[in-house]
Write a protein that binds this ligand. Structure first.
Ligand SMILES: NC(=O)c1ccc[n+]([C@@H]2O[C@H](COP(=O)([O-])OP(=O)(O)OC[C@H]3O[C@@H](n4cnc5c(N)ncnc54)[C@H](OP(=O)(O)O)[C@@H]3O)[C@@H](O)[C@H]2O)c1
Length: 354
């Protein structure tokens, strides 16, 4: 068994792919429901095909793993803030890949692990792809699955905690969607930075288990959205301390109930809208509490992410950060993968692996 594995790895590295290879990918040619409009395509790349591809994009990579994030679904639905440049579009935004070949002088070499940056439509739900150097970011050695979801969830959590207000150990923040991928990294990073977190999740059958899991990550308290107005919750929050920062990825009533617990001069950052309901803030919060309400969009620029990727990778490698649970799928199981990602009260990511 071990021998077979070694043999297969060796042949993978020795193969140049210059004579051709076959590749599958998931694409859509109009906006709509991913379950109905996504199509699994495949192509046998000949050496002529390769020569045409490398005129513009001269690095061939094999995608190792790529998650399904809510933004991927919004992009396919056509509700994402940035539209694709044209159809057909290959789905998927982030992921980790291994360099197979570079067709000109370049600082990357065969076997390097890279993630994708600088474009909202990288098309990562595929087996192989040709990319420009500027869209590949060489990462430090970390676990493949951590690398696959390094950019969107951990970098967002890091930015939300670091880039808006100055938080010092002992400060308190509150967040909704606390069991989301981003939410779990917010809890863990806040714990590393000595910041206390008040976490809101939707109520569900196995709520005690979820609360226990988030506490294991470092959550100071976890409340269900339907309990936020209760005196018990108010008393606990008063004891922990009123939050100076609120992170909102849900919107609607959930967000409104959350900001009622903030201290004066607090900041609300909205970075997602999972309930698909608008953020409505009563005037009194602005006038009497001096609330500041801002939005956040992750910046994929190399210069911006280098420092945080280095820091985040060291947290992963020192076991300060753990991954949200995930379920792996092959590209041809995409319907199950999409269905899994859309299942409410799930707390598990879908991850394509090749
Ligand atoms: N602005 C940015 O740059 C940026 C970057 C990264 C992520 N985001 C956004 O952050 C959010 C979380 O992303 P993620 O990758 O961490 O997501 P994820 O791991 O897939 O988790 C999804 C979360 O949304 C919750 N949810 C689903 N439907 C909901 C509804 N109708 N009402 C309330 N909550 C609902 C789920 O809770 P249940 O368990 O209760 O279903 C879960 O907590 C998304 O909105 C995403 O677009 C934004």
């Amino acid at each position: 068994m071990i021998f077979k594995f070694k043999k297969c790895k060796l042949s993978y590295f020795l193969r140049s792919y210059n004579n051709g290879f076959s590749c599958k990918w998931l694409e859509y040619d109009k906006y709509g429901d991913p379950l109905t409009i996504l199509e699994l395509k495949s192509h046998d790349y000949s050496s002529d095909d390769i020569n045409k591809e490398i005129i513009e994009k001269n690095i061939l990579v094999k995608i190792l793993a790529s998650p399904i994030n809510p933004a991927d679904i919004n992009k396919i639905n056509g509700t994402y803030g940035y539209k694709s440049k044209g159809f057909p579009t290959i789905a998927g935004t982030e992921g980790v890949a291994q360099v197979i070949n570079t067709y000109n002088d370049c600082d990357l070499k065969k076997g390097d692990k890279v993630i994708f940056i600088g474009d909202h439509y990288m098309g990562t739900w595929r087996e192989f792809g040709f990319f420009k150097r500027e869209h590949l970011y060489k990462i430090p050695a970390i676990h493949t699955m951590a690398a696959a979801m390094l950019l969107v969830n951990p970098c967002t959590a890091y930015s939300l905690l670091k880039k808006f207000i100055h938080l010092t150990p002992g400060d308190v923040i509150i967040q909704n969607g606390a069991n989301s991928g981003v939410g779990q990294f917010v809890i863990q990073l806040a714990h590393i930075f000595g910041i206390n977190t008040i976490n809101i999740v939707r109520n569900r059958e196995n709520i005690d288990q979820l609360i226990g899991n988030l506490q294991m990550l470092g959550a100071n308290c976890v409340f269900t959205d339907d309990s936020l107005k209760s005196d018990t919750v108010k008393n606990v929050i008063n004891k922990v301390g009123l939050p100076k920062l609120a992170l909102n990825c849900v919107g609607g009533q959930n967000c409104l109930d959350m900001i009622s617990h903030l201290q004066k001069d607090a900041t609300l950052i909205t970075y997602g809208g999972m309930s698909k309901k608008p953020v409505i803030i009563p005037t009194k919060y602005f006038i009497f509490n001096n609330l500041k309400a801002l939005g956040f969009m992750l910046n994929h620029d190399k210069s911006t992410i280098t420092h945080e990727i280095t820091e985040l990778c060291s947290y992963f490698n020192n076991n300060y950060l753990s991954l949200p649970s995930y379920k792996t799928f092959k590209l041809n199981e995409y319907k199950d993968a999409i269905h899994h990602s859309q299942t409410p009260y799930n707390t598990s990511k879908s991850m394509f692996v090749n």
